[in-house]
Ligand binder design. Structure first.
Ligand code: CP
Length: 330
């Protein structure tokens, strides 16, 4: 356990050791248990403020952070570029210095490709409060940690040698960032899982992310496999995390993306696909989910689906994260 996480930024999971991440998981489980008994923890962040800056929309992230702050006795303020002077060009340095002179944490969602992650690290350089990543173009660390917590609740803390599959799925709508699959490919090997990443040609991850993921897999002595065959990936899996993302390394042009996506409508999770995995396998998704395109309703609403547990655990893992990074000192 590492209790010296006060004021530590949480931008990408590789910035935290496995010991640090386990501390977050331990505390999240404790806070969740306490929450189930109606135990109130409104002294941990009493009179503290979290600024939540959203460049994009959110259902789960905004509401779980804001609710978490309320439960820990603090207050969260929802900001957007339009609601601040960021929309008029005020930079990360000035915004970070000023906000951190008022409050105790700055959480940011900025998924602009090639911009978001850099913006978070730039603000962290100047802000006198922890910067929390609510999803950027590279990582979605709070989502991946909530996912890991959910898996541990169901399968136990020791997940070594389990087969974790990240699969692309078809969706016709907007161009989703790479940050969810990348957060998973970084995190799961560090907890001893064999990871298979399945996607059609052109939907690959950022090369530097894969390089780091391969280093984590080597260090842990586990397999990290890439394939263009969804059925092959599902074979014998324990965890099936199947979602859509854009061919961002190739194009973000909406018409071109749609044309590329349309060639792969068969990349969909059906019960027949689920049956290729282990009987005990679970279906995972970070949500929002494109029902009928990414997966069939009988899978999404079926016994093997744990999507609502994943969403619920966003609250508990983020409460733990905020308590550790913002609650250390008065
Ligand atoms: N999974 C997730 O981050 O959901 P939102 O986009 O609704 O925040």
């Amino acid at each position: 356990m590492n209790t010296k996480l006060f004021q530590k930024d949480f931008i990408c999971t590789p910035d935290w050791s496995v010991e640090d991440l386990n501390t977050m998981l331990d505390l999240a489980m404790r806070l969740k248990e306490d929450f189930s008994m109606g135990m109130i923890h409104d002294q941990i962040l009493r009179a503290k403020t979290l600024y939540m800056l959203f460049f994009e929309e959110s259902t789960r992230t905004r509401n779980s952070f804001e609710t978490g702050m309320t439960q820990l006795g603090g207050h969260a303020i929802w900001l957007t570029p339009k609601a601040t002077q960021i929309g008029h060009g005020e930079n990360a340095k000035d915004t970070g210095i000023v906000l951190s002179s008022y409050g105790h944490g700055i959480a940011i969602r900025d998924c602009r490709t090639g911009i978001g992650n850099k913006y978070l690290y730039e603000m962290a350089e100047y802000a006198d409060a922890p910067i929390i990543n609510m999803q950027d173009d590279v990582d979605h660390p709070c989502q991946a940690m909530a996912d890991l917590m959910t898996m541990m609740e169901l399968f136990g803390r020791d997940l070594r040698r389990r087969k974790f599959v990240i699969s692309w799925t078809y969706a016709p709508k907007y161009v989703r960032p790479l940050s969810v699959p990348q957060s998973l490919v970084w995190l799961m090997p560090r907890f001893g899982m064999d990871v298979t990443l399945a996607y059609p040609e052109g939907y690959h991850m950022m090369p530097n992310v894969m390089e780091k993921a391969r280093a984590f897999a080597d260090e842990a002595g586990v397999q990290l496999t890439e394939t263009h065959d969804m059925a092959e990936a599902f074979d014998g899996a324990d965890f099936l995390y199947a979602k859509s993302w854009g061919p961002i390394m190739v194009t973000e042009d909406e018409a071109k993306v749609e044309a590329m996506n349309d060639q792969h409508k068969d990349w969909k999770v059906s019960q027949k696909m689920m049956d290729l995995a282990k009987k005990s396998a679970v279906y995972m998704h970070c949500m929002p989910i494109d029902r009928g395109h990414e997966a069939d309703d009988d899978v999404i609403d079926g016994k093997q689906s744990i999507i609502y547990k994943q969403a619920e655990n966003r609250l508990h893992i983020q409460k733990a994260l905020m308590a550790l990074t913002m609650g250390g000192r008065a």
